[in-house]
Design a protein around this ligand. Structure first.
Ligand SMILES: [Zn+2]
Length: 438
């Protein structure tokens, strides 16, 4: 039986049908297809003016210039002042304001607008600096500021010769204990220890001084006896101890501030510093320690929780760490609820007003994906944060009640200042705090 004239053997049958095109037809069709394609491409290029051949090449964006504008449309709460009076227990009025009088007056007006009752300055180094600091902050505003003192570990010794530093001379710690007792009689509320203790201080032989070096035990014991809390900044964020490479989450920041990097081999490791600090906390159970910046472990709240559970004499504060806490809002909220009696409010200011408002927003709202800093490039990691919406009873503890318990001088000032004070919205400077309620 013959195959019917048809599909399979027909000269015009398509390739799809298993046929083979004749050469001349194939060329004609190819030419037609190409013409249509070319027409489409040209008309698209003219109509949109973005014909790929004529578009200017995009210049590469450096990491610091990448400032994406979120297109997210979500609730944004404009909180102009804290819900309860605030005691900011971590500020630097020498480091940041350099004892400038006008800046201080502007700052006090900002405190009034934002319901910041008190500020603790951590910059009163024992000696002349303490005298100057007391004069600067207390001449007109003794009821609004408290002062922590610092120890000068080097004295007039040579920077590159630790044998000449005062901390390596016999009797140093006892002398400091005596000076701390004297500072207390002048109204000082505590002792601040900077991160240099662990990352810079050296023994006479040039090795790094261990944080729990027993030579300095009389200092920590004296603070316990005097009732002076010790706020201790130990180590730094984890990323500062990692290589500065494409995997470092603070690459942009470390590129700007390479002096904040502590590479392996040159500096003690972060876990060693934390371990030595924790041994110190355990050795002095009668001394209250404030582990600054959430114990410098805001990236690992399980670890920070363990720190608080193991050491009843320790509290934490979160200055310059809403950037970390606000990117893990569920874990942070759980932490704040669980340890609500052990957290103090701190900012590391003075900052511009917008920075304080980010703190109110972080603590008081459910706002999503907002900037933790007023700077166009987020200074502590290129991300945004979320609010943790704390209940009022927790907010009150964080804002001032825990500080009343931990820091001498807070209660007297707050009693005098009156918890009902509030910003006078009719006065652009905030004016004197006004009373809220009857
Ligand atoms: Zn600080």
């Amino acid at each position: 039986m013959h195959d019917p004239p048809g599909v399979l053997n027909h000269p015009r049958s398509s390739i799809l049908n298993g046929g083979i095109l004749r050469g001349d037809i194939l060329i004609r069709r190819l030419f037609l297809g190409l013409s249509i394609l070319l027409g489409l491409v040209i008309s698209f290029g003219w109509s949109t003016s973005c014909f790929c051949q004529t578009e200017a090449p995009r210049p590469p964006i450096s990491i610091g210039d990448f400032q994406p504008k979120p297109q997210l449309k979500v609730a944004s709460t404009d909180i102009v002042q804290a819900k309860f009076p605030v005691v900011d227990i971590h500020s630097h009025f020498w480091i940041r304001l350099k004892h400038d009088t006008d800046s201080l007056e502007q700052f006090v007006a900002m405190m009034n607008r934002n319901n910041i009752a008190l500020n603790v300055s951590l910059d009163g180094t024992l000696g002349q600096q303490l005298d100057d600091h007391i004069d600067y902050l207390w001449r007109n505003h003794k009821n609004r500021f408290l002062i922590f003192t610092n120890i000068d570990w080097k004295g007039t010794g040579k920077q590159d010769d630790p044998t000449t530093w005062v901390c390596n001379q016999p009797g140093f710690a006892k002398k400091m204990a005596f000076e701390l007792a004297e500072a207390k009689t002048r109204g000082v509320s505590g002792l601040k220890v900077f991160k240099s203790f662990g990352l810079e201080n050296r023994n006479a032989d040039g090795s790094f001084t261990e944080i729990d070096d027993e030579r300095f035990d009389p200092i920590w014991a004296a603070c316990g006896e005097l009732g002076l809390p010790v706020i201790m900044h130990t180590a730094d964020p984890s990323a500062f101890f990692e290589p500065i490479d494409a995997k470092n989450e603070r690459y942009e920041e470390l590129s700007r501030r390479p002096e904040w990097h502590f590479p392996e081999g040159k500096f003690p490791r972060r876990n060693e510093l934390h371990a030595a600090r924790n041994r110190l906390f355990a050795k002095h159970p009668k001394t209250t320690f404030i582990a600054a910046h959430f114990g410098n472990d805001a990236e690992d709240l399980q670890e920070t929780s363990q720190l608080l559970l193991k050491h009843p004499n320790v509290v934490v504060e979160f200055a310059s760490r809403i950037s970390e806490l606000g990117r893990q809002p569920f874990t942070s909220r759980d932490f704040f609820l669980k340890h609500s009696d052990r957290i103090l409010f701190g900012t590391d200011g003075p900052w511009p007003e917008a920075r304080y408002r980010a703190y109110w927003r972080f603590l008081e709202t459910r706002d999503e994906y907002f900037a933790y800093s007023e700077k166009p490039i987020p200074p502590q990691g290129l991300w945004r944060i979320y609010g943790i919406d704390l209940p009022d009873e927790v907010l009150e503890k964080i804002y001032y009640k825990n500080a009343v318990r931990v820091i001498p001088g807070v209660k007297e000032r707050l009693d005098g200042w009156n918890l009902l004070h509030i910003y006078d919205s009719t006065n652009p400077d905030g004016g004197s705090p006004q009373k809220r309620g009857p």
